[in-house]
Design a protein around this ligand. Structure first.
Ligand SMILES: Cc1ncc(COP(=O)(O)O)c(C=O)c1O
Length: 353
């Protein structure tokens, strides 16, 4: 890695095709340590087939209903014998309590992987996220804080394990237009499924991801690595702009019945995520989208996507959060000057509700 990129990523981090590729390669190296990987139920679904492909079962945990992120209590409650690793996911740009989580992982002898895919540049007690666990994954893919289209990174603390993971990553095919084409086709099917919930059955999802999985496992070429390094150089500015927009959103949306997620020292902004009562959230989303203002409701529980037998009723906080959360944007797609009018639209829609 270049000197510039090591300002934001651990020095020994390896560039990977995606964040998911990083996770898959690491888990391959952990085979034999247990049967499952503990992870939040509200995570990007792409990691689940990668966990399965590496020989583990996902074991989901619930999250805090207001932050949408894990607490150590969530991990403690979901832990079962056989957990090989925990994917401590700093979602929404908010760092988890790594003191408590690290102590818990040590006590349970769980391999601790930090998922910093949505929190690049965040810190906990002044140290960057990704520097606390036994390993960490990063992403530069679609909608990430540093968005290069694809790309990821893997940090592994133990040198022998890192060498093993590097061997695996080096054996993967090089990034090519074939991967981009497969991704575009896959995204198109996924969009159709999301717009047509009855078709999104577990067997459909399993088949879709089984076909797509080989296209996730690639290594970045020189151009992609250079693009990531170049974009990382602008991270400080990128984060400062996001923070300025987030502050403005917060000040304009701090009205009942909306609820703001607590600020945490060292946080960064993936998007500006806040909570609205379930009865009005979708109306706010529709009002924003009708005016072409970007907004989303990520991240919903994913436990039922691949396995219909499980029910999100087992994850009441994540289900509640998913019904209430709204993400407004803080990246280049949302100018600072456009935020007051967008916030006024939210407030007007609330008054009419
Ligand atoms: C929290 C989290 N972890 C992992 C990933 C996977 O990263 P990638 O898309 O680079 O494979 C994502 C992607 O959206 C994510 O949001």
């Amino acid at each position: 890695m270049t000197t510039e990129s090591t300002r934001h990523l651990p020095e020994s981090a390896l560039f990977t095709g995606r964040g998911t590729t990083a996770l898959w390669a690491l888990l391959q190296c952990l085979q034999g340590r247990g049967v499952s990987v503990l992870l939040p139920v509200n995570i990007c679904e792409i990691v689940i087939p990668a966990i399965r492909h590496a020989g583990f079962q996902p074991l989901f945990h619930d999250v805090d209903p207001v932050s949408g992120n894990a607490t150590v209590e969530n991990l403690r409650q979901a832990w079962r014998p056989g957990v090989a690793a925990c994917l401590a996911t700093h979602n929404f740009g908010t760092p988890l309590d790594m003191d408590a989580i690290k102590a818990w992982a040590r006590e349970q002898e769980v391999f601790l992987i930090e998922d910093a895919c949505n929190a690049l540049g965040a810190t906990w007690n002044g140290a960057p996220v990704g520097s606390f666990g036994d390993a960490a994954i990063f992403s530069f893919g679609h909608a990430k804080i540093v968005e290069v289209g694809t790309g990821g990174a893997l940090q592994v603390r133990d040198a022998a394990l890192r060498r093993k993971a590097r061997g695996l990553l080096d054996s993967l095919p090089l990034f090519s237009p074939r991967h981009q084409e497969a991704d575009a086709a896959f995204q198109a099917v996924l969009r159709t499924l999301r717009q047509n919930p009855p078709a999104a059955r577990p067997e459909v999802y399993r088949a879709l991801y089984a076909a797509y999985l080989p296209h996730l496992l690639f290594r970045p070429d020189g151009r992609l690595q250079e693009a990531i390094a170049r974009n990382l150089e602008g991270l400080d500015r990128n984060l400062a702009e996001r923070r300025e927009k987030a502050r403005l959103w917060r000040s304009l949306l701090d009205v009942p019945p909306l609820r703001q997620r607590p600020e945490v020292a060292g946080d960064v902004y993936w998007r500006y995520t806040f909570l609205a009562p379930e009865t009005v959230r979708d109306r706010l989303l529709a009002a924003l989208r009708a005016k072409g203002i970007p907004a989303s409701t990520w991240f919903p529980p994913v436990d039922r996507l691949f396995d219909g037998r499980r029910a999100s009723a087992g994850f009441p906080n994540a289900a509640r959060f998913a019904g209430q959360c709204l993400n407004v944007f803080v990246d280049r797609s949302m100018e600072l000057a456009a935020i007051p009018a967008a916030a006024a639209l939210i407030r007007k829609t609330l008054e009419q509700a």
